[in-house]
Design a protein around this ligand. Structure first.
Ligand code: MAN
Length: 497
């Protein structure tokens, strides 16, 4: 049968050029000498040359219809049409958009996707202009953003240096305070040793006092005993003489008797009255007991119920025992019942000083650890996050106001979305937020894209209570080629119709 090419076929085969195929792929449609061609992904299917772009889908991979929309566009076999876009950049458009009556200038600025009707004039000049403006603007923005980024890196470096300086000074302060504390502890030890020496000293003094006290008591006892015996004898003599005065015969002219009677009468009349306050051993003992009472005020109080023995030596030993027991390490006792030591003021002051120095040192150690840990933390490439530590970005998006603190936390109004966990170089991760109603704890990933300033541009919730933020920041900027910048270019077709 004679093959008569259709209008479409004529349109798609222009001087051996296959419509919808890029120049570098044209060779794939070279026809064999016998005038046949095989499907690209299934060489067992042999077609006649005129079956290419005949608006009928013969190949399962759709390769025989690169310039029409005859083959179905599926996920497994997507079909694309090549637009040359002379003066701009070649592009591929989905085949179902070919000859559908719509000028898809965002892809085919040359209008070639509507080649059948020819209704779409070539706009590639304007598109190219838009593209160049975009590249220039974005390029300039990128240069500025990179400048900001360099400033951030420099600031991060300064912040780190300051922190290192602070950590070093805290370290040396801690070392000196540790040494001070060691000195104080040494002082305490020496003072406690001195106290033990005092104890030995007190022991020898008190021993001496006790033996003097015993000696004095013995001497006084003997003295009082002999004094009483003497008094007894004098009283007997006085009685003898009093009898003599009473009974002698004055008619006997015995001069010696008369002289003795006269002298005795004088002796009696001159005899001093016996004092009421005669020294007695009891008074001496009473005096020492009062001294012992005073000692009780200075020494720890004895166990209730132990009577004070009214023997001078015993009393000395008794109070000495109290004194010694005070130096011995004490069993823990009920504070209210425990006797209070009244002579260790300087020691207790020293202990107080040590305890407050220890508290101070512990607080400073904790503070030091926070700073030292922060020195070890991961702050991303060039440690750039150090530059924004403590900064917050706020933005009302939809019904909520979001607050994002770098290295801190994210809030959705007052709800905690998450606390900073880590930075993987392109995204900040926040976890351990407040629990979602019937769901997980809130968490967020903040993707950082290049921008001149820190700005939250969008938020979404791909899974319940798991948020995704896009944050523009100089942190996300890196040197890009024009082609890379151009990847995000979108044609503005609003002025084309
Ligand atoms: C709040 C917000 C939402 C979240 C729901 C879950 O309304 O935190 O983002 O999806 O709670 O109950």
């Amino acid at each position: 049968m004679l093959y008569i090419p259709s209008l479409l076929a004529l349109a798609t085969i222009v001087a051996g050029h296959i419509m919808g195929v890029s120049p570098e792929n044209q060779h794939l449609y070279d026809v064999s000498d016998d005038g046949t061609w095989r499907c690209l992904l299934d060489l067992s299917i042999v077609l006649q040359a005129h079956q290419i772009n005949d608006n009928f889908c013969d190949c399962p991979d759709g390769s025989d219809e690169p310039g029409t929309n005859a083959c179905e566009f599926t996920e497994d076999a997507p079909q694309y049409f090549y637009c040359a876009n002379e003066g701009y950049l070649p592009k591929y458009i989905e085949n179902f958009k070919v000859n559908d009556g719509v000028c898809d200038y965002d892809v085919c600025c040359d209008g070639s996707d509507e080649y059948l009707s020819g209704k779409c004039e070539n706009r590639c000049g304007e598109v190219m202009q838009q593209y160049q403006n975009y590249i220039n603007d974005r390029g300039l923005a990128m240069v500025n953003a990179l400048k900001f980024k360099d400033e951030l890196v420099a600031k991060a470096r300064v912040n780190k240096a300051k922190l290192e300086e602070k950590v070093a000074s805290m370290k040396s302060e801690l070392q000196s305070k540790t040494q001070d504390l060691e000195r104080l502890n040494q002082q305490l030890k020496e003072a406690e040793d001195d106290e033990t020496n005092d104890e030995n000293f007190s022991q020898s003094i008190l021993n001496e006092l006790a033996s003097y006290a015993e000696l004095i008591e013995n001497q006084f006892s003997q003295l009082f005993a002999s004094s009483n015996a003497q008094k007894e004898r004098v009283a007997q003599l006085e009685q003898l003489l009093a009898d003599l005065v009473k009974n002698y015969n004055p008619n006997f002219n015995d001069l010696s008797v008369k002289q003795c009677v006269k002298l005795f009468e004088e002796y009696i009349s001159n005899k001093p009255q016996e004092s009421e306050n005669q020294p007695t051993l009891e008074k001496f003992k009473e005096g020492f007991a009062s001294l012992a009472e005073k000692l009780k005020l200075w020494l720890p109080v004895s166990t209730p119920g132990i009577a004070i023995v009214p023997n001078l030596g015993n009393m000395m030993h008794y109070y000495y025992g109290q004194l010694i027991s005070n130096f011995k390490p004490k069993e823990p006792t009920n504070e209210s019942q425990a006797p209070k030591r009244r002579f260790t003021g300087s020691l207790s002051k020293l202990r107080e000083k040590i305890s407050s120095a220890e508290k101070d040192l512990n607080a400073q150690m904790a503070d030091f650890s926070i700073h030292d840990d922060s020195l070890q933390k991961d702050y991303g490439p060039n440690e750039i996050l150090r530059a924004v530590e403590g900064e917050w970005v706020n933005k009302k998006i939809g019904e909520y106001t979001y607050k994002l603190g770098f290295l801190d936390a994210i809030y959705q109004d007052n709800t905690l979305v998450g606390r900073f966990a880590n930075f993987d170089g392109s995204s900040l991760h926040y976890t351990q937020g407040s629990k979602c109603w019937n769901g997980p704890q809130r968490s967020a990933v903040v993707q950082i894209v290049c921008g001149p300033l820190n700005d939250l541009v969008s938020v979404s919730e791909p899974e319940k209570c798991q948020y995704k933020f896009i944050l523009e920041s100089p942190i996300g900027c890196s040197q890009m080629s024009n082609d890379e910048i151009g990847e995000s270019f979108k044609v503005d077709t609003s002025g084309f119709n």
